[in-house]
Write a protein that binds this ligand. Structure first.
Ligand code: SF4
Ligand code: MG
Length: 325
C-alpha cells in the first residue's frame, strides 16, 4: 500500500546572510529532518505555533521551495528528481489553498476568470461554453451562485473568498490539496462552515488533504491523523482520537490545553506556554522544546529525544514518554 505522499528525512534550511559581503553566517532550520506519509483519501492535520515550519513544509512539498535534503514521493515517484516540465504537469495534481483568500485572488479578475484560468492553463476545456459550464459547476460545488461569476473578489465576504480559492484549486482535478491555515483569517463564526465545506468536498472529489493550522481545535474533526510540529521537527504523530485522548508530548499537551473549553473550572489545569518559539537559526540543544517545557528533565537539554512509536501508529519524541512507557 503505497502512500499518496511520503516525505523522507526532508530538510529545508534558509541561509542567513550578514555584512556587506552578504556572507552566510548561519541557517534557519525551518524544516529539519521530517518524515511522514499521507494515504489516499486521508486528511493529515499539521499543527504547531507560527514559526514551527508548517507552511515551509507545505511549500516544499509543492516545490515552491526546494528541499535541501531528503525525498518526497508522490504516487511512488520522488518528485525532487523531476525536471521542470514533468513538475509542471504534476503540479496540477497538487494544489494549495492559502490562509488569506484576499491576497491570493487577483483583485482585477472576475470570478469567472479566477476559477477559469487554471482550466485554460492546463488545457482542460475545449471551448468557451464548456469553460463556462465547468466554472458554474465548480462555484456550485463550493456553495456559490452562477451569477457570482461576473463579480470581483472585493464584492465577497472573507468566507466567500475562501470558497472562490477552493473552487480555483478544484478546477484542475487535483488529488492532493495542501490547505495552509485556510480558516485562520476568517471570523470564528464562519470557520466551521468552511471546514465543513472542505470536508464535504473530500469524498465528492476524491481528495487527500494536508491541513495546516496553528490551532488543534481547527484540525480536530477534519483530520484522520495529526502531526504536531515544533521548531522544524515533528514531535508527535497519531490518529486524531488517540492524540487527543492519550497525548504523549508535553508540547501537544500545551497546545491542547490552549483550546478554550466551556467549563471554567478547567482553567486551573491550563498549561500556559512561556515566551514564544525560539529562533530556528540557533535552536536549543537537546530537545528543542526544553526551555519552555513544564516537564523537562535534566537529560532534555543535553540529548535530542528520538522520534519513536510508543503505541501502534502513535509516535512521540520526548524523554519523558521514554521514561513513562
Ligand atoms: Fe519536555 Fe524533555 Fe520531553 Fe522535551 S524531551 S518535551 S523537554 S520532557
Ligand atoms: Mg504558516
Amino acid at each position: 500500500d503505497e502512500a499518496l505522499l511520503r516525505l523522507k528525512n526532508v530538510k529545508k534550511y534558509f541561509p542567513v546572510k550578514a555584512g556587506v559581503l552578504k556572507r552566510t553566517v548561519g541557517y534557519v532550520k525551518a524544516v529539519d529532518d521530517i518524515s511522514f506519509s499521507i494515504q489516499e483519501g486521508e486528511t493529515l492535520g499539521l499543527v504547531g505555533e507560527s514559526g514551527c515550519g508548517k507552511s515551509t513544509t507545505g511549500r516544499t512539498i509543492l516545490r515552491l521551495l526546494e528541499a535541501n535534503e531528503g525525498e518526497i514521493y508522490f504516487k511512488g515517484e520522488n518528485i525532487l528528481e523531476l525536471g521542470k516540465k514533468e513538475m509542471r504537469e504534476l503540479r496540477r495534481e497538487m494544489q494549495i489553498i492559502f490562509q488569506d483568500p484576499y491576497a491570493s485572488l487577483n483583485p482585477r479578475m472576475k470570478v469567472a476568470n479566477i476559477v477559469g484560468e487554471p482550466l485554460d492553463v492546463h488545457n482542460l476545456v475545449d471551448n468557451k461554453k464548456e469553460r463556462e459550464r465547468r466554472v458554474k459547476e465548480l462555484l456550485e460545488a463550493v456553495g456559490l451562485l452562477p451569477d457570482h461569476m461576473q463579480r470581483y473578489p472585493h464584492e465577497f465576504s472573507g468566507g466567500q473568498r475562501q470558497r472562490i480559492g477552493v473552487a480555483r484549486a478544484l478546477a484542475v482535478n487535483p488529488s492532493l490539496i495542501i490547505a495552509d491555515e485556510p480558516v485562520s483569517a476568517l471570523d470564528v463564526s464562519i470557520q466551521a462552515q468552511v471546514i465543513n465545506l472542505i470536508e464535504d468536498l473530500q469524498e465528492q472529489f476524491n481528495l487527500t488533504y494536508l491541513f495546516i493550522a496553528h490551532d488543534l481545535s481547527v484540525v480536530k474533526h477534519i483530520s484522520d491523523r495529526i502531526a504536531v510540529m515544533y521548531l522544524g521537527k515533528i514531535v508527535e504523530l497519531a490518529e486524531e482520537k488517540e492524540l487527543f485522548e492519550n497525548t504523549l508530548h508535553p508540547y501537544s499537551r500545551s497546545l491542547l490545553s490552549a483550546i478554550p473549553v466551556a467549563d471554567p473550572g478547567h482553567d486551573k489545569d491550563r498549561i500556559i506556554l512561556e515566551g514564544s518559539v525560539p529562533s530556528p537559526v540557533d535552536p536549543p540543544t537537546g530537545c528543542r522544546f526544553h526551555p519552555r517545557c513544564p516537564e523537562s528533565l535534566d537529560i532534555c537539554s543535553q540529548q535530542e529525544p528520538e522520534f519513536k512509536e510508543y503505541r501502534e501508529g502513535h509516535w512521540s519524541a520526548c524523554h519523558l514518554t521514554d521514561k513513562e512507557l
